[in-house]
Design a protein around this ligand. Structure first.
Ligand SMILES: [Zn+2]
Length: 105
């Protein structure tokens, strides 16, 4: 599994893969866009590729199987769970705010 697992925004994925292929990744990158477009996922995939011990031929993709890739995947899974928890908390807060608004008006 590599960058092909990223769905959508092929322009951003291509840009990241080109940076990896030519070995010139800037010291800082800004992933910007609306919620849910995959900014964090692509950033973590890039981190995985930069740390992969068996980067695939062409140098623009990660193996997904070496210890570094597996560790990064654990981090990605944990961050997804955290995002789900934060969204649930935010939704609960909205419901509470709505309830308080209904009571006070
Ligand atoms: Zn790897």
């Amino acid at each position: 599994m590599g960058f092909e697992a990223f769905l959508g925004n092929s322009k951003a994925v291509t840009a990241v893969r080109e940076m990896l292929a030519c070995g010139r990744v800037p010291g800082a990158l800004l992933f910007a866009g609306p919620d849910g477009v995959g900014k964090k996922t692509l950033a973590l995939m890039l981190a995985k590729a930069l740390n992969c011990q068996k980067r695939l031929p062409g140098g623009d993709d990660f193996c997904g199987e070496c210890p570094h890739c597996r560790k990064a995947e654990e981090f990605l899974t944990a961050s997804r769970e955290d995002l789900t928890r934060r969204r649930e908390s935010k939704d609960a807060q909205k419901r509470t705010d709505g309830l308080l608004y209904s009571i006070s008006s």
